[in-house]
Design a binder for this molecule. Structure first.
Ligand code: SAH
Length: 506
């Protein structure tokens, strides 16, 4: 087992981009009994935690006293002694300005076994995402990580400012944005060149990262004008000028675009990750949630009789996943489908089948029920048993058409999609979106119900296809972009084409 009971893991969660969590961090989060976490951890970092895991926020809360460090250390010891596996999840690297050293000492003193999982530290990652290498053969052969938390005017400062003034390389300051003017003044007084390139990077690697560059002497004003706020990294050194050539984040095709993704939670992440990889800021509004219904008598009967169907139609990747779950619970495997013709409504569904060792016999060119009906014309269903496995609230186009052709159709509902109330943050972010994407009719209805009068009035609506577009119009909205290919890739292509045709705000 990769996570041991009674052990505490001091884990770095990286600087904010969920993709910068280490494989080990993800594995420990997925296995831990208890997770004690800070505020500055990546969005969605805890999504992979076990349903029954205890998640404890131990960071600062606005208007409330911070949990004392000693209390955090006690909690780790108490949980570990009770035989639980404990992940102490901290932003960036646990041993870089994260008090991880103290926590390790406390655990060692208490005789509690622990491990340390380093993380990607903000002082390297934020500059990297801003196109600034902290070392460079020509510019910097050394780099110093410095806390900017201290008052530089303090007589007995723990920092040797004169040494920092002489330091032959890049200075990276954490926690310094609040004291930026004093810091630049002190560095210049200590002998650093006032014209040295400098940068401030806010929310490095997260959605909405911003970077400001100036000279050492000018950074205070530049950051104030841009209203740079914590968390931010300050960087002083010749390498800051490299940003001009190396900046890459801002050059991605969807940079500066905020896009709402309204799939069900279980399915949202694929589309969200694709859009993020293109540079978009994604707001996941899981307007609908999948509730499996694989225990119903109807599903069990169909699964028991699976080998008797001449044709089995699957209408979503979730349908495939849940049919296989139901089969596995009944002690059956893919061989139950050996003699049936298997039809998938689109490539996502076909891919879900392929992952389970089945190649779909029929996949229509267009991914709507009507097209599947057409594609199935070749298949002789007259007088033969057919299974349509799908969501409970799906349209009846497919079963009706098959019945008209003489098939004995059983329809099973493998899952239900239910509306979910969005979190206030997500709602607020959605209100300022550039695009709203709709991938099915139910996402339209649920999204409109959920956001109410907070509907993002300036957003362009992107629909996956004609049926969804119909639902958009029914809801009183306009469709700005409709995908030519009615699948997620088609939707992304359509959004990219539309976005390329208009000036970016960001
Ligand atoms: N252990 C963390 C640092 C914790 S101290 C690490 O290794 O990254 C907190 C400071 O880290 C913040 O004040 C800020 O200076 C910096 N920081 C953390 N995340 C950041 C981010 N995403 N962008 C810019 N600075 C960040």
């Amino acid at each position: 087992m990769s996570v041991r009971p009674g052990v505490v893991y001091l884990v770095g969660a990286g600087p904010g981009d969920p993709g910068l969590l280490t494989v080990r961090a993800v594995e420990l989060i997925a296995g831990a009994d208890v997770i004690l976490h800070d505020r500055l951890i990546p969005h969605g970092a805890l999504d992979g935690a076990r349903d029954d895991a205890e998640l404890v926020y131990v960071g600062k809360r606005p208007g409330e006293a911070e949990l004392p460090q000693s209390r955090i250390e006690e909690l780790m010891v108490e949980h570990a002694r009770a035989g639980r596996s404990v992940v102490r999840l901290k932003g960036g690297d646990p041993f870089v300005f994260g008090r991880g050293g103290e926590e390790g000492e406390a655990l060692a003193a208490a005789g509690v076994p622990f491990e340390v999982v380093p993380g990607v530290t903000a002082g390297i990652a934020a500059p990297a995402y801003a196109g600034i290498p902290v070392t460079h053969r020509e510019d910097a052969s050394a780099v110093a990580f410095v806390t900017g938390h201290e008052d530089p005017a303090k007589e007995d400062s723990a920092l040797d400012w004169d040494a920092l003034g002489r330091f032959p390389g890049t200075l990276v300051l954490y926690m310094g944005i609040g004291r930026l003017p004093e810091i630049t003044e002190r560095l210049i007084a200590a002998g650093r060149d006032p014209t040295e390139p400098a940068a401030a990077i806010e929310r490095g690697t997260m959605a909405g990262q911003r970077a400001v560059t100036a000279t050492l002497a000018g950074l205070g004003d530049a950051a104030a004008r841009a209203e740079v706020r914590p968390p931010a990294i300050l960087l002083f050194g010749k390498v800051a000028a490299r940003r001009e050539a190396i900046a890459w984040l801002e050059r991605r095709p969807l940079h500066g675009r905020r896009v709402v993704v309204t799939r069900a939670r279980a399915q949202a992440s694929g589309l969200a990750r694709t859009l993020e990889a293109l540079g978009a800021e994604v707001v996941e509004l899981p307007a609908i949630r999948i509730v499996p219904r694989v225990d119903s008598a109807q599903v069990r009967a169909a699964v028991d009789a699976l080998h008797t169907y001449a044709l089995v139609c699957l209408t979503s990747p979730n349908g495939v996943r849940l049919l296989f779950r139901a089969m596995s619970e009944a002690g059956r495997d893919a061989r139950a489908l050996a003699s049936a013709t298997v039809a998938a409504i689109g490539p996502g569904t076909a891919e879900a089948l392929r992952e389970r060792g089945l190649i779909a016999d029929v996949v229509p060119e267009r991914f709507v029920a009507e097209a599947l009906v057409e594609a199935l014309e070749e298949v002789d269903v007259n007088g033969r048993p057919v299974l349509v496995a799908r969501a409970s609230e799906a349209r009846d186009v497919l079963p009706d058409a098959l019945r008209r052709r003489g098939a004995e159709v059983d329809v099973i509902a493998l899952y239900e999609t239910v509306a979910e109330a969005p979190e206030p943050d997500a709602r607020e972010a959605a209100a300022g979106a550039d695009y709203v994407t709709f991938t099915s009719s139910s996402t339209v209805r649920n999204f409109v119900d959920a956001v109410g009068d907070g509907y993002p009035s300036g957003a362009r609506v992107v629909s996956i296809g004609p049926v969804t577009s119909g639902a958009v119009r029914e809801a009183g909205l306009e469709v700005d972009v409709e995908a030519e290919r009615h699948d997620l890739r088609g939707l992304v292509d359509a959004l990219l084409a539309d976005s390329g045709a208009r000036p970016s705000a960001g």
